[in-house]
Ligand binder design. Structure first.
Ligand code: G3I
Length: 337
C-alpha cells in the first residue's frame, strides 16, 4: 500500500513526524521520512536551547538543515516551540529571574523575532506556548503551571506570546500545545474544562490563537474514553479553532514482553484514538513524535520506559524502517476516516 501521507491526504488530513536533526544524516531514515511524511517538526532544532544556546549567538543551522530537507521533499513544516519552561539555555532562567516585566517582554520579543522571524513564511503553525497547565492537582485557581515565564510576566505571558508571533509572522498559525489532555485520569474533566475556559477567554480578548495541539503521548496504563475525547474535540472545534495532534506515540509498558502482545496492545490504543481523532473535522494533522522505534524518547524517560527495559514499539516503523502493524492501523484509520 502507499504511504501514510498519501492515505492521510486522501481524507484531507496531513500525517507527519518529529525528526531529530541529527538523524537526517542516515540515508535509510531520510528515505523513510521522505516517503511517509507530509509535514515535519524539529525535535529540538527550533527550541531556544539550540537557537540561543549562547548569549548573543543565534544558531539556526540545525533548523535550516531540517527546513532544507523538508523543502526538497515537498513537506510542510510546523514550529516547536516558542515559549516553554523546559529546553531553556542555562543563561536564560537567571536572566528572566532578574528581569522586570518590561525587560522580560523585551527578551521575549527578541527571541520570537529571531526564531519566527528567521523562518518567516516557512512555518505553517508554531507551538507558541507548550505545556502551560499544571499537571494533576491544581495549585493556582487559573490552573497555570509555575514557570519562569509566569514568574517574570504574570499570566498575560500567554496572550503576549501569541500577539508577538502574529506581529512577526502573520502567515503562521498560533497553536497552544498541551500534554495530558487525552486519557482518563480522575482530574481529566477538570483539566479539559480549564482548557476550554482559557481558550474562550483568549478568543474573547482577541488573542490571535488559531489552533489547539494535543501532544497525545498515549500511555498503555490508562484507558481512552472515546466518548469524552470526542466531546472535548468537538467543543474545541465548536470555538472555531482547528486541532493538531502534535506528538502522538504509544508507550507499551503495560503490555507483556512478547512482541505480538505489545503490537496488539499498541494497535488497539491507536485504533481507539485515531477513530475519534480522524472523525473530528476540526483536526488538521496527525504528527507522531519520531517515526521509528529506536528514536522514541519514551525509553529514556523515567516514568515512560518499560520496567523490563525492553525498547518500546511506540511508532509506525521498526528499527529496520519496516512497516509494523501500527503503521497499518494508521493507514486503515486514515482510509476509513
Ligand atoms: O544533541 C545533544 C548532544 O550533542 C549532547 O551530547 C547530548 C548530551 O547533553 O544532548 C543532546 O541534546 C539532547 C536533545 O534531546 C537531542 O536529542 C538534549 O540533551 C535533550 O534534553 C533533548 O531532549 C528532548 C526534550 O524534548 C527536551 O528538549 C527530546 O529529544 C525530545 O524528544 C523532547 O520532546 C518533548 C517535546 O519538546 C514536548 N513534549 C514532550 C516531548 C517528550 O519529552
Amino acid at each position: 500500500p502507499d504511504s501514510l501521507q498519501a492515505a492521510a491526504a486522501r481524507t484531507g488530513l496531513t500525517y507527519g513526524a518529529e525528526v531529530p536533526d541529527y538523524r537526517l544524516d542516515l540515508p535509510a531514515y531520510r528515505r523513510a521520512v521522505a516517503r511517509e511524511c507530509g509535514m515535519l517538526v524539529c525535535g529540538t532544532a527550533m527550541k531556544m536551547v539550540v537557537v540561543l544556546a549562547k548569549p548573543g549567538l543565534e544558531d539556526f543551522g540545525p533548523g535550516d538543515a531540517t527546513m532544507r530537507f523538508a523543502r526538497a521533499n515537498g513537506q510542510r513544516m510546523r514550529g516547536h516551540t516558542l515559549v516553554w519552561h523546559d529546553a531553556l539555555p542555562d543563561w536564560v532562567q537567571p536572566l528572566l529571574a532578574r528581569s522586570s516585566p518590561a525587560q522580560a517582554e523585551a527578551f521575549l520579543r527578541r527571541w520570537i523575532g529571531a526564531a519566527a522571524g528567521h523562518w518567516r513564511g516557512q512555518i505553517e503553525s508554531w507551538d507558541v506556548v507548550n505545556e502551560v497547565l499544571a499537571i494533576g492537582e491544581v495549585r493556582r485557581p487559573d490552573g497555570l503551571r509555575e514557570t519562569p515565564w509566569l514568574a517574570a510576566l504574570g499570566p498575560g505571558y500567554i496572550d503576549l506570546a501569541f500577539h508577538i508571533l502574529h506581529e512577526v509572522d502573520p502567515a503562521a498559525a498560533g497553536t497552544w500545545n498541551e500534554d495530558a489532555v487525552e486519557q482518563d485520569v480522575p482530574w481529566m474533566e477538570a483539566r479539559r474544562t480549564l482548557v476550554l475556559r482559557r481558550l474562550e477567554g483568549m478568543l474573547a480578548r482577541g488573542v490571535p490563537i488559531r489552533r489547539f495541539g494535543l501532544q497525545s503521548h498515549l500511555t498503555s496504563t490508562l484507558p481512552i474514553d472515546q466518548e469524552r475525547l470526542r466531546r472535548f474535540l468537538a467543543e474545541i472545534g465548536g470555538l472555531g479553532l482547528a486541532i493538531e495532534i502534535t506528538e502522538l506515540d504509544f508507550d507499551d509498558r503495560a503490555f507483556p514482553a512478547d512482541i505480538a502482545a505489545r503490537d496488539r496492545g499498541v494497535t488497539d490504543m491507536a485504533r481507539r484514538y485515531l477513530d475519534v481523532v480522524c472523525a473530528e473535522k476540526a483536526v488538521l494533522n496527525v504528527m507522531t513524535w519520531d517515526i521509528y522505534d529506536p528514536d522514541t524518547w519514551l525509553n529514556d524517560h523515567p516514568n515512560r520506559k518499560r520496567p523490563d527495559g525492553l525498547p518500546q514499539r511506540a511508532l509506525p516503523l521498526d528499527a529496520d524502517f519496516a512497516r509494523k502493524p501500527l503503521w497499518h492501523t494508521f493507514h486503515k484509520a486514515f482510509r476509513d476516516a
